[in-house]
Design a protein around this ligand. Structure first.
Ligand SMILES: [Fe+2]
Ligand SMILES: [Fe+2]
Length: 447
């Protein structure tokens, strides 16, 4: 098989600056937003400039949420940048997702919001015709999914499962799966290796996300069982703005690897360079968004993105605790107590270096770490052990929540789920890893 390398970036959520990104309305909205909005165009330009410098990598793949919210001007602005990158020799493949069509998007001007022109879903394949659709060797008009021949031996299966209605959104329905099977059979017959992209993660990026409806495909298990049997072992996803690399072994012993990538414009603000060698070795590396033209107030780009994420988490928790009674007490505790106080309340010994840290800051730090991948709070680390002891003390509350959440009497180990969501387990790093597809029983070996 001829090897291939490509850049994978996702959830660009491009927002055209001329639509307005300032004023009181904007500031209020941004309190609860993870992504940078005003800075978005500068971030994209800097990243594309960096990608253009790499003469050894011809392909760029973007699995959805291309614009902030389907603003027509944002699509036009993004397309301008995509054409510039294409003119520098890159072949670009995109799929669209829920944030790319909308009847009522808005800009932020005059201390409030202003309505701006939106985009219909049916317009998207024409808008992005030069970025996958026109050269596709197969196209499913109903879902906007397509297949592209990237080189002599490699095909991209671009799955789109973000339809107009709730029912059509976030699941691969029977008709789409039949179309996928047909494409997988054709790839096999032609001796081509096929990998996939899809906006929604197939495997929940972290264990607790299996409890969150929108965090993965609705029919994720069924899909993860089927794809490897079709010879599709590798899928690149986005949507949850998180770095994760997960594997799922199906009943026939075949594996699906799901590489989910963070949003380009929000902490950790990264993209990936992926290369698949002739021998089926998949090398995945993560790169940070380069310095971009913006006043960062003396911070590095990463500190700037983290600061936004940090304040967003605190704002959202405070909002969830807004109100009187128990919520007000919870809000006061969250914002004022240190880990030392928390230890006293729960009869836990807190290591000295952690005593002065505010609970609110620790919670935000955990949030940022989860989304950056390779979560560090494992057993044996001071913070990891503190989380373990805290969850043990909160056992009665956790048991209560488990009873509420468990469906059809399926046992649920929430403690274990939480622990493996904050402390990385598994065989693969979320940021820099190598996957060997040659060991697969199906898929790569048929090339
Ligand atoms: Fe997104
Ligand atoms: Fe999304």
């Amino acid at each position: 098989m001829t090897g291939i390398s490509f850049y994978l970036l996702t959830d660009t959520h491009y927002f055209e600056p001329s639509l307005g990104a300032s004023g009181k309305g904007y500031d209020e909205y941004m309190k609860g937003e993870q992504m940078c909005l005003a800075e978005n165009s500068a971030i994209l330009k800097a990243t594309f400039a960096k990608i253009a410098e790499d003469e050894n990598t011809d392909f760029v793949i973007i699995p959805g949420d291309l614009t902030k919210n389907g603003e027509k001007e944002s699509h036009k602005g993004l397309l301008r940048e995509l054409y510039k990158l294409r003119d520098k020799g890159k072949k670009i493949y995109v799929i669209t997702a829920r944030h790319d069509f909308n009847d009522t998007p808005r800009g932020y001007k005059n201390d409030g919001f202003v309505p701006v022109e939106g985009t219909k879903r049916r317009e998207l394949s024409e808008l992005y015709k030069d970025f996958g659709y026109e050269t596709a060797i197969a196209f499913d008009e109903r879902t906007l999914s397509y297949v592209s021949q990237l080189n002599r031996d490699v095909r991209l299966l671009a799955i789109n499962c973000d339809g107009e209605t709730d029912r059509e959104r976030g699941s691969i329905d029977g008709r789409l799966m039949e179309w996928i099977k047909e494409q997988a059979r054709a790839a096999k017959k032609d001796g081509c290796f096929m990998f996939a992209i899809n906006h929604y993660p197939v495997i929940p990026p972290i264990p607790v996300f299996s409890l969150v409806g929108d965090a993965k495909l609705k029919n994720w298990k069924e899909t993860a069982e089927t794809l490897p049997d079709l010879g599709i072992n590798l899928i690149f996803t986005g949507h949850m703005h998180i770095q994760s690399v997960n594997e799922y072994k199906n009943k026939n012993g075949r594996t699906l690897y799901d590489i989910c990538t963070s949003a380009l414009v929000g902490s950790p603000a990264v993209y990936r360079r992926v290369s698949i060698s002739q021998e089926g070795k998949v090398s995945i590396n993560t790169l940070s968004v380069p310095d971009f033209e913006w006043d960062l107030n003396g911070l590095t780009a990463r500190q700037y993105f983290d600061k936004r994420f940090f304040s967003m988490i605190q704002h959202r928790i405070n909002k969830a605790l807004s109100g009187k009674g128990v919520k007000a007490i919870g809000r006061r505790i969250f914002n004022s107590i240190t880990l030392k106080c928390l230890g006293r309340l729960l009869f836990i010994k807190v290591p000295k270096p952690l005593k002065k840290q505010r609970l609110a800051d620790f919670a935000s730090e955990i949030g940022i770490s989860i989304f950056a991948g390779d979560m560090p709070y494992t057993e044996g680390t001071p913070k990891g052990d503190l989380i373990r002891k805290t969850l043990k003390r909160l056992c009665p509350v956790i048991r209560f929540v488990e009873r509420k959440l468990s469906k059809d009497n399926e046992p649920l180990d929430l403690t274990q789920m939480l622990l493996s969501s904050v402390g990385k387990t598994g065989n693969y790093s979320d940021n820099h890893t190598v996957i060997n597809l040659k060991e697969e029983k199906h898929g790569y070996n048929h090339c």
